[in-house]
Design a protein around this ligand. Structure first.
Ligand code: DP6
Length: 328
């Protein structure tokens, strides 16, 4: 049995956006992905999470941004940590995002990565990053990637126990500086969460099998583009994976339309910039926000153009970020 740290532990993990998207599960209980994915970790968007295992506490308690949250998903995750540590103590979790929660900005990615780091340390465990990634995956698939900074690949894995379904770093943030401009078009929480959305696609979309079958060639091409630091190849593949994902979402029954008018206008604005010679590509997750990828030298131009798009409420700018870690 390990010795929980009753004073609590705080960890910070950064959000990430996928360049090659994850959508679909091959095992719901262990949260095993049907496809691999490749992402970049964002420096400017992060979650800080504090965990304390407190003897005498009758139930887990979770506050996100100072508001009491439903504990179901978190207690299930803490049970994995408790089982590993051989403890039964309930925990208090306090978490803050420095960006809108649940609006397609990957709060579950940074949230469960920060929770994995803080909860294991607070429970007295010392886990390697790869084991933290396996654990974080069971909270949210994209969280497995937020354990690492820079360019990250999440392997689909082949084992039934999921021990090989983990992320690993491809390239450090400093090795290929990039800027991501996030165009926020809606502040509210999204209507349908990713877990329900991907189950719907697997059950009802005629495109789902094609999505799964074509994941490997997309991943291989992206690995190559990143290794060569080929911005155009990386951008074209990222836009393709994004539009293919949204094609899959649209072909789900009922169709999943995550975009609003400003989302579409921002995509056209990115393509208009490109036609003018600015190197920039977009990607979009299960929400209405548009993330534009460009070399840092073009960040001003891209941000200014996106801010002129009707319906874009604000932009956030980010470099690539570091690994998840404990901090005081
Ligand atoms: C569209 O990781 O949120 O952002 O594993 O069910 O928690 P769960 O799903 P989640 O899905 C992310 C979907 C995506 C694409 C991606 O990040 O790869």
């Amino acid at each position: 049995m390990s010795h929980p740290n009753a004073a609590g532990v705080t960890a910070r993990a950064h959000s990430n956006i996928a360049l090659i998207k994850y959508w679909g599960k091959r095992d719901a209980r262990l949260n095993l992905p049907a496809v691999g994915s490749i992402s970049i970790t964002l420096d400017a968007l992060y979650t800080d999470t504090r965990v304390a295992f407190l003897p005498g506490l009758e139930a887990d308690r979770v506050d996100i941004g100072g508001r009491r949250a439903d504990t179901t998903r978190f207690s299930r995750f803490l049970d994995l940590v408790r089982a590993e540590a051989g403890i039964d103590t309930r925990a208090r979790i306090e978490s803050w995002n420095n960006f809108p929660t649940g609006a397609g900005l990957a709060s579950s990615a940074s949230g469960f990565a920060a929770l994995a780091v803080a909860a294991t340390r607070a429970a007295g465990l010392t886990l390697e990053p790869r084991a933290l990634s396996v654990l974080a995956r069971q909270g949210s698939g994209s969280a497995a990637r937020s354990i690492f900074g820079g360019f990250v690949e999440m392997r689909r894995g082949a084992r039934d126990d999921g021990l090989d379904a983990a992320a690993s770093p491809l390239l450090d943030a400093a090795d290929w500086p990039l800027t991501v401009i996030v165009a926020i078009t809606e502040h509210g929480a999204k209507a349908l969460d990713s877990t329900a959305g991907m189950t719907g696609s697997a059950d009802t979309s005629d495109f789902y099998q094609a999505w799964v079958d074509h994941a490997e060639p997309d991943l291989a091409a992206m690995r190559e583009a990143i290794a060569a630091r080929d911005f155009q190849a990386m951008g074209e593949l990222a836009e393709h994976s994004c539009l293919k994902l949204h094609g899959l979402m649209l072909s789900t029954r009922p169709g999943q339309i995550y975009w609003n008018a400003a989302t579409v206008a921002a995509m056209h604005a990115v393509r208009a910039l490109r036609a003018d010679g600015v190197p920039v590509y977009f990607t979009i997750d299960a929400g209405p926000q548009v993330k534009a990828l460009c070399p840092p030298a073009h960040a001003e131009t891209v941000a200014a153009a996106l801010e002129r798009v009707p319906g874009v409420l604000e932009t956030r700018r980010s470099a690539l970020g570091p690994d998840a870690r404990c901090h005081d």
